[in-house]
Design a protein around this ligand. Structure first.
Ligand code: C2E
Ligand code: SIN
Ligand code: SIN
Ligand code: FE
Ligand code: FE
Length: 404
């Protein structure tokens, strides 16, 4: 291997590290980390597990081969799987012993290794895993964050081959930086979730699983919409990074609504409904006051997530969200409603109808789908309804992952 190649690769890693520090959202970061590690090693696939308590939780997967076969293979991202940190699995072994594990062919493991290869992913997806490079994700303070697995290194002609010692050193170098960035993003996510918890204490229906589902569904709708509209991949990454958290916060303005209305077990009166409409304005106020990266989008979503495509939603144009005598006016219409808010409107109503609320039972799935189709052009952006139906497998996988 030439010196020149080494130097270029190392410069690539330094650049990749540089980018890590700009990403805020955990999922965007995992996506980026895995992509860079696979690029460094020219690998077909990979996955990341994060340490959750005493276990490793499957968090992210990328797979070029499956993605080419079936664009909804994104659903594998939402697979729910936990493995113990012990010597029985390859990832468990890497985590327990804080060591990397390089295997040329997982179907031909040596007899003197304690772990076995878990075939469930291959079996459920018809993929063939062969070579694996597994590295623990450790921060500079030696704290274990998780495990990254890079799968099926390829030569220039796409044939699978073993990873090299050289790959191992490059990925280990990168993994260290990645782990620290992931730890930071996890902390940010945790603070946001705490904020949502506080809102949840007020409104027991707006639960953690509901906001997680709304966040994930929005990302997937956006991703497909962006592909249809040929949005540049750098722009897609940027939006995805802030959309999830902003979407999760769509209803935090409900903290300012009185218990008598918020926790009412039956239908709201017209007067109560009018008061409830102000949760959009209260939400927008929370975010307009500070200036982290996602604040503009979070304010836009909080304010506009109950607007409807045909102009019959609320709160309409509000000249000054701080004015004490705001009146809810005629709704915004069509593209006047910001895209992220149009996406949240669909994801939120879908999930609200599928869920139990103090004032309603969950609807049967078929009835929800019919409702969404019937509301195309009325409540919802028609293009987004089409997008939603196209990725419905992924939506279902999300509902399973965040079921409680
Ligand atoms: P939410 O429960 O998160 O519902 C979000 C949106 O989902 C609703 O916005 C509405 O567009 C849709 N949705 C939810 N349940 C139904 C339903 O049974 N039928 C239909 N057609 N659509 C439904 P909306 O209506 O602007 O309500 C905003 C928030 O106001 C709701 O958030 C909920 O917290 C509260 N709310 C609305 N109606 C009632 C009610 O009758 N009783 C109580 N206690 N709260 C209500
Ligand atoms: C609602 O906003 O109450 C449901 C959607 C609709 O009926 O247009
Ligand atoms: C459904 O029919 O359940 C959703 C629409 C689709 O997947 O095409
Ligand atoms: Fe709302
Ligand atoms: Fe909601």
């Amino acid at each position: 291997m030439s010196y020149q190649l080494n130097k270029d690769k190392i410069i690539d890693i330094l650049k990749a590290n540089e980018n890590l520090s700009h990403i805020k959202d955990v999922d965007s970061l995992l996506d980026h980390v895995l992509y860079e590690a696979r690029t460094i090693t020219n690998a077909d696939a990979g996955s990341i597990y994060l340490k959750k308590g005493e276990k490793l939780s499957f968090e992210y997967v990328q797979n070029d081969t499956l993605m080419k076969k079936d664009s909804s293979s994104n659903k594998h991202i939402y697979k729910k799987q936990e493995i113990p940190i012990n010597n029985e699995s390859i990832a468990g072994y890497a985590a327990l012993n804080k060591t990397d594990v390089m295997i040329d062919d997982v179907y031909q493991l040596g007899r003197n290794v304690p772990y076995t290869f878990n075939r469930s992913f291959d079996e459920s997806s018809s993929y063939h895993t062969q070579s694996i490079l597994t590295v623990p994700l450790m921060t500079t303070r030696e704290k274990l964050i998780g495990v990254m697995q890079i799968i099926n290194a390829k030569d220039e002609r796409g044939r699978v081959l073993p990873f090299s010692q050289y790959d191992k050193h490059l990925v280990a170098l990168f993994a260290n930086q990645a782990a620290s960035a992931i730890e930071r993003a996890q902390m940010t996510r945790e603070i946001i979730l705490r904020m949502i918890k506080i809102a949840e204490m007020r409104d027991p229906e707006e639960t953690g699983p509901h906001v997680n589902r709304v966040g994930a569904i929005c990302i997937e709708i956006y991703q497909r919409w962006a592909a249809r509209n040929r949005v540049q991949s750098s722009e897609i990454k940027k939006v995805k990074d802030i959309l999830r958290i902003s979407a999760m916060l769509h209803d935090v303005g409900k903290v300012a609504i009185s218990d008598a209305i918020l926790k009412k077990k039956s239908r709201l009166s017209n007067k109560e409904r009018e008061i409830m409409k102000f949760h959009t304005v209260y939400g927008a106020r929370l975010f307009k006051e500070s200036d982290s990266d996602w604040d503009d989008m979070a304010a836009e979503i909080a304010l506009n997530h109950h607007e409807k495509w045909n102009g019959t939603g609320y709160p309409g144009y509000i000249r000054d969200i701080y004015n004490d005598t705001i009146s809810i006016g005629p709704g915004k219409k069509g593209h006047e409603i910001p895209l992220p808010a149009r996406i949240v409107a669909l994801a939120d109503v879908y999930d609200a109808l599928m869920s139990n609320r103090s004032y309603k039972n969950p609807w049967p799935e078929e009835k929800v789908i019919d409702f969404i189709s019937a509301e195309k052009h009325k409540h919802f952006d028609p293009e987004l309804v089409d997008t939603f139906m196209e990725i419905y497998d992924i939506i279902k996988a999300i509902r399973e992952k965040y079921s409680h």
